[in-house]
Design a protein around this ligand. Sequence first.
Ligand code: ATP
Length: 236
Amino acid sequence: MLLEVRDLHVYYGDIHALDGVSLALDEGELVSVIGANGAGKSSLLNCIMGIVPAGGGKILYGGREINNVKVHERAAAGIRIVPERARVFPRLTVYENLLTGRFGARDKGGLEEKLEWVYSLFPVLEERKTQPASTLSGGEQQMLAISRALLGDPGLLLVDEVSMGLMPLLVDKVFEVLSMLNRERGLSILLVEQNALASLGISSRSYVLETGAIALEGPSDRLLEDERVREAYLGL
Ligand code: ATP
């Protein structure tokens, strides 16, 4: 297993945001976690990244417990996050934002090739490379956040609600790239999403997170047929 989360708890003071979450992701898998507002999706990813502390349970990456490993060490080990709302550096240019993805990357060198590669995925970033990131649209900022993470040579990509606020055409484009990265380059991806239809559509397995706990899990194509999922998350 590349990632194993066992009985994970996250607390913010009295708020119990994650209440015993267990999940696993194998090398080369694209797994999604769907859930409504406030279900705990960001808490889950931020805890795996080390941005919020685990209040109980275990996180294992490549078989090694990482609960006490610092964020930058997790990044150096290959865990990279595309945070909610992209969180690009607004005053840095697109190019400078991309360079920040190189900090602590596992592979050294090859910067030009990596840049060419992300520019081929998202040509708009090359067109805008000298502009401050604050001038990009929401969708372009998401593309930049994905590309920044890719420059870090991730072993595991954590993607937090990348579809939020994007128009449907852009959601399709971004999900197509994530799916392609998984299929063609074997990139392991954990995707958390409110957009259940899109994320079930590109993942092999999924978990349904409800008020901090896993309510359902299984192959995504089966969850797409599940009555509860169809009613609560697909509006069918
Ligand atoms: P959304 O889709 O709205 O971002 P989410 O599924 O990502 O929601 P979280 O952001 O993980 O959910 O939030 C889970 C719960 O923890 C919510 O009740 C939220 O209000 C609470 N919470 C999250 N961050 C904090 C914080 N820093 N301090 C206090 N409570 C928090």
